[in-house]
Design a protein around this ligand. Structure first.
Ligand SMILES: [Zn+2]
Length: 190
């Protein structure tokens, strides 16, 4: 097959050279209005085409590559005194498979335990391409189904306005879950 980025022959969707040239993650941080810290590795514009692949079959392989380069490396260096649980934020009941769950899988370490289907949006609303006003008027109505009094990390692929992450944090706060920070592949702030 051909590398998606440079078109040269490759055994992988993204060749080793392109990985090193274009996909070197750089850990950065943004703070949302509610104080939640969001760590991310890329600017949306840098990996826009790759993020859009999630709507297609190939997205699974692309996200796996991005997760290995960024989330996995992050989890190796992340230390904390207590167990930390990672929750994917885009999962809805209707989605059997979620790219965000795939990302959180790569956070697995001695410290971090990813959990699936424990924080679920009950509305199945997508915020892709929607205005901030729409996002605020149509909350995702997260439902939490796990232990109280734990430490958590929120996971998503892109942070735009931060509405989804803020809504998820608010739901977890009802159960006295301490959200340490959120982590996303990229930041789409203009
Ligand atoms: Zn290439």
């Amino acid at each position: 097959m051909r590398c998606l980025l440079c078109q040269s022959w490759s055994l992988r969707y993204i060749c080793k050279t392109c990985e090193e040239l274009h996909l070197k993650p750089s850990l950065q941080k943004r703070v949302l209005p509610n104080g939640l810290e969001v760590y991310y590795f890329y600017k949306y514009k840098e990996i826009e085409e790759l993020i859009k692949s999630k709507y297609f079959f190939i997205g699974y392989f692309i996200y796996r590559t991005l997760a290995r380069l960024s989330f996995k490396e992050f989890s190796k260096s992340f230390l904390f005194d207590e167990k930390v649980y990672a929750f994917a934020c885009d999962a809805s009941i209707k989605n059997g498979y979620s790219n965000t769950s795939l990302l959180s899988r790569y956070l697995k370490s001695n410290t971090i335990k990813p959990l699936y289907n424990k924080l679920i949006s009950t509305t199945n609303i997508s915020y892709a391409g929607k205005t901030l006003d729409f996002r605020l008027r149509n909350p995702k109505q997260f439902e939490y189904k796990f232990k109280s009094n734990i430490n958590a990390i929120l996971v998503d692929d892109t942070v735009v306005s931060g509405t989804t992450l803020s809504q998820a944090e608010k739901e977890l706060a009802k159960y006295n879950v301490n959200v340490l920070f959120a982590i996303t592949l990229c930041d789409a702030k203009e």
